[in-house]
Design a protein around this ligand. Structure first.
Ligand SMILES: C[S@@+](CC[C@H](N)C(=O)[O-])C[C@H]1O[C@@H](n2cnc3c(N)ncnc32)[C@H](O)[C@@H]1O
Length: 213
């Protein structure tokens, strides 16, 4: 059975989600971000839906100058505190945006979005296009999205109704000109135990796209 989120307003939904617990995410960078970015030369980076800042702080620790964006002020406060603890405050900037409505200014050597997915209003089409436009020539767009529910979640036992992306569907939505190269386009299955510790797996989708000109 799938439940309806308590509110359909994305800002209220995510603010409540963060306020409801002291910490929502692990604080560790996402493995696919680490895998895809480690070989890149640090420059400027934009992290969309940065949450509590683990990925942005990891990037800053490697020399990137990072702008982290989220809809939740509480998440951004925690991200700034994480950056201070890690000693990278001077390489981070935090901006509150409701992506799909407003978008940060400027262009960046890396634009990254890790699991920018939401049970309440988030129109990927209205985020992907400005995300690609924000990549500087020679820069990289890195997208990682869940490709489906974890294996342990029964077919009708989902916390909310979701339409998951596909590898080709996102590329079709982006409709990038041939000044872009697809460097990674992959479905990755990883271990994903249930909250009770039962073994399981989940498929994540990753695209690393380089703007050549
Ligand atoms: C599934 S979480 C992923 C967080 C983080 N990137 C990670 O991988 O741990 C989605 C994040 O996107 C943010 N978000 C959802 N809708 C948003 C929107 N319209 N604009 C900006 N951020 C949004 C949420 O507040 C949340 O932090």
């Amino acid at each position: 059975m799938s439940a309806t989120p308590p509110t359909t307003d994305p800002a209220r939904f995510w603010e409540a989600r963060y306020r409801d617990s002291e910490r929502v995410w692990s604080g560790d960078p996402n493995p696919l971000l680490v895998r895809e970015v480690t070989a890149l030369t640090p420059g400027t980076a934009l992290e969309l839906g940065c949450g509590e800042g683990a990925d942005a702080v990891w990037l800053a620790g490697r020399g990137w100058h990072v702008t982290g964006v989220d809809i939740s002020a509480t998440a951004l406060e925690r991200a700034a505190a994480h950056a201070a603890d890690a000693g990278v405050t001077e390489r981070t900037d935090w901006q509150r945006h409701e992506l799909g409505v407003t978008f940060p200014e400027g262009t960046y050597d890396l634009v990254s979005a890790q699991f920018l997915q939401s049970p309440v209003a988030l129109d990927q089409g209205r985020v992907l296009a400005p995300a690609a436009r924000a990549v500087a020539p020679g820069g990289t767009l890195l997208l990682v999205l869940h490709g489906g529910w974890p294996s342990w979640q029964g077919e009708h036992d989902h916390p909310f109704d979701a339409v998951f992306p596909t590898l080709d569907g996102v590329l079709e939505q982006l409709a990038l000109p041939d000044t872009w190269q697809v460097e990674t386009r992959e479905a990755v299955e990883r271990p994903a135990p249930s909250p009770e510790g039962a073994p399981g797996t989940r498929v994540d989708l990753v695209w690393r796209l380089r703007r050549t000109a």
